[in-house]
Design a protein around this ligand. Structure first.
Ligand code: SIN
Ligand code: FE
Length: 297
C-alpha cells in the first residue's frame, strides 16, 4: 500500500507538530502547494540560469551550510559563483528556519546536512545505475553514515512552469521484509575491510565517520533496490506531481521514491536524531533489528 500525500498549510502549533511528525514517520509526504517560505525573484533568476558542470560526474550542485561552500557547478566568473553561493545560502537558511519553526522537536538535536540544487532535466538523464534517480530506492549516504538517525529532506520545485514528477513505492516497513535478501542483512553485520580501515583512520585522528551495521545495510539495500528488476517491476507504486512553486518534506530513508521528470529543484537535508522520533518503532533501524533479531547500531 502506497501511503497518500498529506496536503497541508503550515501551522506551528504543538498539537499540529505531533501530527506532522506522525505523518512523516508513518511514511507520508507532507506537501505544501504554495511554498511556505519565500525565495526572492533575484535568487530564483540566478538558479534558473545555472548549468551544471560535466553532468554525470557531479549529480547535483551541493551546498554545505556549515562551511558556506558550493561544489559541482560549472565554473563561470567568480561573480557568478558568488551569486550562486548567495542563492543557495539563502535557500538553505530559509528552508532550515521553516522546518525548525514547524518541527522544533526534531530541530532541537538534528544535524543540518547538505542542501542541493538539481538544475538538470531528470527525464532521460544518463547516469551510472547506482546514481540513477529514476529507479525506486530509499536513500543512504555513502560518505555520511547516520547510525540509525533519519534522513529528512525538504524539497522545493523552483521551476516556473513545470511539475516535478515522482514515483513512490512502499515504505521501508513494507519493502524490507519482502525485498531484502537475508544475505544482505547477514553481510551488514560483519565488519568489512573498508570499515576496519575507516576505524583505523579515525583512531589515527582523521576526520572519517565509521559505519554501523545499519549503515552498511542501508547502502547495500539502496544498491540492491536499484539493481533489482523484480523490485522495480513488482512493488506497488504511485505517481506524484509536485507543481511549480511547491514544497514537500519526506523521510527518504523510508519512503521509496524515484524522480521521473522535472528540473530546477532545491533540497535541504536534516539528520533527525533517533531519540526525537514520535514513532521510534517505525524507524528503519528498528524494523531492521526486528528482521535481523539483533542490534544493528
Ligand atoms: C532522489 O532523492 O532520489 C531524487 C529526488 C529528486 O531529485 O526529486
Ligand atoms: Fe533518493
Amino acid at each position: 500500500m502506497v501511503l497518500p500525500l498529506v496536503e497541508t498549510v503550515a501551522d506551528p502549533s504543538p498539537a499540529r507538530e505531533i501530527d506532522y511528525c506522525r505523518a512523516l514517520e508513518e511514511g507520508r509526504i507532507l506537501f505544501f502547494p504554495g511554498s511556505p517560505f519565500e525565495l526572492p525573484e533575484a535568487e530564483r533568476a540566478v538558479l534558473l540560469a545555472q548549468r551544471q558542470s560535466g553532468a554525470g560526474y557531479h549529480k547535483n550542485i551541493a551546498y554545505r551550510p556549515a562551511q558556506d561552500r558550493v561544489t559541482g557547478f560549472a565554473r563561470g566568473t567568480s561573480a557568478d559563483a558568488e551569486r550562486l553561493r548567495g542563492a543557495l545560502r539563502l535557500y538553505s537558511r530559509r528552508a532550515t528556519e521553516f522546518a525548525a519553526w514547524l518541527l522544533p522537536r526534531y530541530a532541537r538535536s538534528w544535524r543540518v546536512d547538505l542542501a542541493s540544487f538539481r538544475p538538470e532535466e531528470e527525464e532521460g538523464r544518463e547516469l551510472p545505475r547506482r546514481s540513477r534517480n529514476d529507479l525506486l530506492h530509499v536513500d543512504a549516504f555513502p560518505t555520511r553514515p547516520t547510525r540509525g538517525d533519519r534522513i529528512l529532506r525538504l524539497f522545493t520545485n523552483v521551476n516556473p512552469a513545470e511539475a516535478r514528477v515522482w514515483l513512490t513505492g512502499g515504505t521501508f516497513e513494507q519493502i524490507a521484509p519482502r525485498f531484502a535478501p537475508p544475505a544482505l542483512v547477514e553481510r551488514a553485520r560483519r565488519d568489512g575491510l573498508a570499515d576496519r580501515l575507516r576505524r583505523l583512520a579515525r583512531w589515527a585522528g582523521l576526520d572519517v565517520s565509521v559505519r554501523s551495521p545499519y549503515d552498511r545495510f542501508m547502502l547495500s539495500f539502496h544498491h540492491h533496490l536499484k539493481e533489482s528488476a523484480e523490485f522495480q517491476r513488482s512493488v506497488e507504486k504511485r505517481q506524484v506531481e509536485f507543481p511549480a512553486g511547491s514544497t514537500w518534506m519526506v523521510f527518504t530513508d523510508m519512503v521509496s521514491h524515484a524522480v521521473l521528470r522535472g528540473r530546477y529543484a532545491l533540497e535541504q537535508t536534516f539528520l533527525v536524531a533517533r531519540a526525537t522520533l514520535v514513532l521510534p518503532d517505525k524507524a528503519p533501524i528498528a524494523i531492521l533489528e526486528r528482521i535481523a533479531q539483533g542490534p544493528m547500531s
